[in-house]
Write a protein that binds this ligand. Structure first.
Ligand SMILES: Nc1ncnc2c1ncn2[C@@H]1O[C@H](COP(=O)(O)OP(=O)(O)O)[C@@H](O)[C@H]1O
Ligand SMILES: [Mg+2]
Length: 347
């Protein structure tokens, strides 16, 4: 029998990672006796705030200058006020995963600060020039090379390298999308950021929350509200990101979850028990959707490398059991002519 362990359940514990931050932040915010030691020194006076970089679901990000080292950093400010007077799971996840993960394509967490009396936590991160969303839509402003086929190939390779690294450690990001991918423009390096929804794969019988990932990048098994999912959800999102780099706009835009599924089916065909064994159990109302035939993707995507189109289709395979893994994707023929500098840079 499956246990329905919801993310907001008070018994919910995000594996052993909770301990890493619990000893610092939870104690400093919830136990006044510990505050004095935690807040020794001047946590923020050494940081000059330069500009606001972005705002997302969990916090506001600023570009700052470390007054002492003159280093430019990004500071993600998160409010820790919540109903239970506890540190939100998003911070616990983000800090613990970023501390654990060490990869050239994952943003580096430099330090964590808690500002006394304000209930604000600051995550000090390495600073990058922009995110992939802006790099695609504001290509002129960023002097972006995204229209260069080799840049797309290199970015996809780097994203897959980071995803493979996470998956090999049984970590799913669960919110891969262009605004969570940061770019170092001069070096053409792309890095995964925003691990606020990431989680560790644990007990295979546990049902995870299906309310993760941003709609346009959400895999069909998540849209079915299926609590049993795994690493293929990240590959689906990477496929959507790849398609967006090619087309210049999100490839699966929809107004709500039902419309998103219909948009997916319109492009890839409505699944059947033959094409996706078990799909009628996962989606009890599948018969309410129109029966679309798969479209010819080469008519949607401007002519680009046919091996690229093949990889795209294997990442956007409806059945998660048949979807290509990050490890296999890195060995795909599409990358055969990748500039050797990238694998060397990342090794
Ligand atoms: N290290 C960084 N360097 C430069 N910009 C960043 C950095 N981290 C985040 N940003 C910008 O801030 C936005 C929000 O950050 P993110 O970590 O995704 O927060 P949220 O959890 O609120 O979505 C990103 O989409 C990006 O534009
Ligand atoms: Mg984000």
């Amino acid at each position: 029998m499956l246990r329905n362990l919801q993310e907001h359940d008070s018994n919910y514990s995000d594996s052993l990672f909770v301990r890493i931050i619990a000893c610092e932040l939870c104690c400093s915010t919830c136990n006044p006796r510990r505050k004095k030691n935690i807040n020794e020194g001047k946590p923020f006076e050494d940081m000059e705030f330069l500009e606001k970089l972005g705002e997302g679901g969990f916090g506001t990000v600023f570009r700052c200058c470390d007054v002492e080292t003159k280093q430019i950093v990004a500071v993600k400010q998160i409010s820790i006020l919540d109903t239970y007077n506890a540190v939100p799971g998003s911070i616990i996840r983000e800090v613990s995963f970023l501390r654990e993960l060490n990869h050239p394509n994952i943003v580096r967490l430099l330090k964590v600060r808690y500002k006394k009396g304000t209930r604000l936590v600051h995550l000090v991160l390495e600073y990058l020039d922009c995110d992939l969303h802006d790099y695609i839509i504001d290509a002129e402003r960023f002097n972006s090379s995204i229209n260069n086929p080799m840049t797309k190939k290199s970015f996809l390779y780097q994203i897959l390298s980071a995803v493979e690294y996470c998956h090999s450690r049984k970590i799913i990001h669960r919110d891969l999308k262009p605004s969570n991918l940061l770019i170092d423009h001069s070096k053409e390096i792309i890095k995964l950021a925003d691990f606020g929804l990431a989680r560790e794969l644990g007990d295979p019988d546990v049902l995870y929350s299906p309310k993760v990932a941003t709609r346009f990048y959400r895999a069909p098994e998540l849209l079915f509200e299926c609590g049993q999912y795994s690493t293929p959800i990240d590959i689906w999102s990477v496929g959507c990101i790849f398609g967006e780099m090619v087309l210049g706009l999100p490839i699966l835009r929809a107004i709500d979850c039902k419309d998103e599924l219909e948009t997916i089916f319109r492009m890839f065909g409505t699944p059947t028990e033959e094409t996706w064994p078990g799909v009628t159990t996962l989606c009890a109302n599948l018969q309410t959707y129109p029966k679309f035939r798969p479209m010819d993707l080469s008519s949607i995507f401007p002519p680009f490398d046919p091996t690229g189109l093949n990889l795209l289709m294997r990442m956007l395979c409806l059945d998660p059991n048949k979807r290509i893994s990050a490890e296999a994707a890195l060995r795909h023929a599409y990358f055969d002519d990748l500039d050797p500098v990238y694998p060397i840079l990342l090794s």
